[in-house]
Write a protein that binds this ligand. Sequence first.
Ligand code: SF4
Ligand code: SF4
Length: 346
Amino acid sequence: MKQMLIDKKDMAGLLTELTGKMAVIAPVMKGGNLLFEPITDGQEAVLDSANTRLSPKDALFPQCEKMMSFTTDRQSEEAFIMKDIEPLEQGQVIFAVRPCDAAGLVILDKVFNQGGQAYEDAYYLRRREKTTVVGLACNKPLLTCFCASFDKGGPFATEGLDVLLTEVGDKYVATVLTDKGEALLKDKKGLSEADSASIDKANKIKDAAVKSVDSGVATDKIKGKTTMELFDDPSWDAFYEICIACGVCTYSCPTCHCFDIQDEVIDTEGVRMRHWDSCMFPIFTVHATGHNPRPTKKERFRQRFMHKFKYFQEKFDRMACVGCGRCIQLCPVNIDVRQLVKRMNS
Ligand code: SF4
Ligand code: SF4
């Protein structure tokens, strides 16, 4: 595994150099929030802050995405014929992704890239193919982080990453993990081979971070429980009532992937759009007949957690939560997913 060294003062230059070759998406301050956004100058990137308000999933699965265009002009020979939107020509790098969010991308891969006879999402896949992911290890995890509760998780986990950066004083140690990562950093200015003293320091920082993130939230028993045992547990009643169905937990979650598709027309120009949706919203499962198979808040609330921790595990052999803690920080009524997990695991 190749390890390189870059001075912090040279990082902005490296990012600016990359913007000449591909789209660079990095954490920036916008409206008082730290968010992943495209940058044109490396100085815009904020690399010394904690996790971003929203995850980087928007770079692969946009909140609003044009899928096709069409015209409703009946005089046109192409009336009502759907045309694919031109795919991304340019590659992109998502920079300074925390390990939990990178694991979130791996979960999205499982959903959108099931291969063969199963579901393959062309819109997601063509973005994914052109995307390189550079991670930033969490030297100081937050109190709401519980990434270590999941297989392969942790503040220095590398799943889903092409390069992992570790902040070591006034430098970063860059661990190259894949060919894509190698190609990204090849012949870039300011990079040198990492010396053993810097690698030792990075390893010590990693050990301290791994110890600090032990949240005591275990998930190991959920797999052995039957679906109905969890489904019928009366303790759902203790959690769901205060939920106001705002959907913040789903929109901020790096692994939530529900969407809705709508045709939108202005004059005769139409687009088929895909928008994020939320299983917490009452109309999410309403059928065209008016029947709603999840008619009450309890059913919708239970679905979110049963899907993340039980159904997804049954289908993909892993849970659809990476312990990023965003839903804990942002839920307006302080619903804490860790308490639900503890209950499900007890
Ligand atoms: S459920 Fe909450 S803690 Fe888990 S990945 Fe989603 S936002 Fe993060
Ligand atoms: S953020 Fe909290 S209140 Fe809003 S839908 Fe999620 S659990 Fe309910």
